[in-house]
Ligand binder design. Structure first.
Ligand code: UFG
Length: 330
């Protein structure tokens, strides 16, 4: 199938392009290269353009003849979404509506959307399943939930076939070693800890050790990016007009910040100094997925089940590419 991967030069999108190729599909990338990396995708498959600009969308859909769309392009920094919500609503919500309208005009109905566990806010219990209330606690989560609601309406009214995939913490790098995670500034735990191992930072700050968890640090569900992307391909292949899947994508295993740092010490053989700092605003104590619905619906299972495996794959990339793609971009 010809698939337009919007945001395909970014971290998860570029891994999806590889997964689509392996599965025999024909991926095309639309990216504005604001956060994406030119080097992360084949040059002959990259079309530069912006969701905010409807003529770009018309041109790329007509040029590629896309039969389906995977949509990864979004701003995803929680703190920035609080201080500059307009940027988030315009890029994430208005941009996605532009895309849906361009698809509707062309009767393209297959849509796979990057949603997030952030739509659950602070969950009442853990692990989280899809029936739990979606009550985001920041504008980033609000934008993702607003899009999920729009997608539900488009599914019912216009016959779109949609998968809203609610990711937990994406981590790791492609098994080929060719692409990986490169954000600037980096805010995610595993790359930061590995930058300490590489001698690029003096230490890692643990954001709070007074949470109600066994070791006092926050627990997250780290899912390997290749596993995320195989779920995307499976979802794309199972879309049906007029039906919307809403699926959590995680491993079901939670690891604390301290456990992640220990795993990085073990994998890298470096000491990795850590200091305890204050809590980061908006961090729930525990976010772990119940992904049974995805397992059943997609016939999918994550292949990376231990945090050491995920860290080892990230370490392979960071060691070989200490400056990421070397283009100074997120
Ligand atoms: N953390 C630290 N020190 C750091 C960085 C992170 O202790 O230097 C902690 C965080 O407080 C959190 C855990 O490590 O408890 C994971 O933090 P990340 O920033 O790696 O990931 P988040 O769980 O905050 O972020 C994920 C996605 C985001 C999304 C967010 C929404 O990666 O894209 O969930 O909740 F916006």
């Amino acid at each position: 199938m010809k698939v337009l991967v919007v945001g395909g030069a970014g971290y998860i999108g570029s891994h999806a392009v590889k997964a689509l190729e392996v599965a025999g599909h024909e991926p095309w990338v639309l990216d504005n290269l604001y956060q994406g990396h030119r080097a992360a995708v084949p040059a002959d498959r990259l079309i530069e353009g912006d969701l905010i600009n409807p003529p770009d969308l018309a041109a790329v859909l007509d040029k590629t003849g896309a039969e389906g769309v995977m949509h990864f392009a979004a701003l995803a920094l929680v703190g920035e979404s609080v201080t500059d919500p307009a940027k988030y609503y315009l890029n994430n919500v208005v941009g996605t509506l532009n895309l849906l309208e361009a698809m509707r005009e062309r009767k393209i109905w297959r849509f796979v959307f990057s949603s997030t566990c952030a739509t659950y806010g602070v969950p009442a219990s853990s692990p989280i399943d899809e029936s739990m209330p979606q009550v985001p606690i920041n504008p980033y989560g609000d934008t993702k939930l607003a899009i999920e609601k729009a997608l539900e309406a488009y599914t019912n009214a216009y016959g779109f076939g949609v998968a809203a995939l609610r990711y937990f913490n994406a981590a790791g790098a492609h098994h080929s070693g060719e692409i990986g995670e490169d954000h600037d500034p980096e805010s995610h735990l595993i790359p930061i800890v590995l930058q300490v191992a590489l001698g690029q930072r003096e230490n890692v700050t643990i954001f709070g050790d007074d949470y109600p968890t066994p070791d006092g640090t926050c627990i997250r569900d780290y899912i390997h990016v290749d596993d995320l992307c195989s779920a995307h391909v499976a979802a794309l292949e199972q879309l049906e007009p007029g039906k919307m899947m809403k699926l959590n994508l995680g491993t079901g295993n939670g690891f604390s910040v301290k456990e992640v740092i220990d795993a990085c010490r073990e994998v890298t053989g470096h000491v990795i100094p850590a200091v305890v700092g204050s809590r980061r605003e908006g961090d729930p104590a525990e976010l772990v997925a119940n992904s049974s619905k995805a397992f059943e619906t997609l016939g999918w299972r994550p292949k990376y089940t231990s945090v050491e495996q995920v860290v080892a794959s990230a370490w392979q990339w960071h060691q070989a590419n200490p400056n990421g793609y070397g283009d100074g971009k997120e």
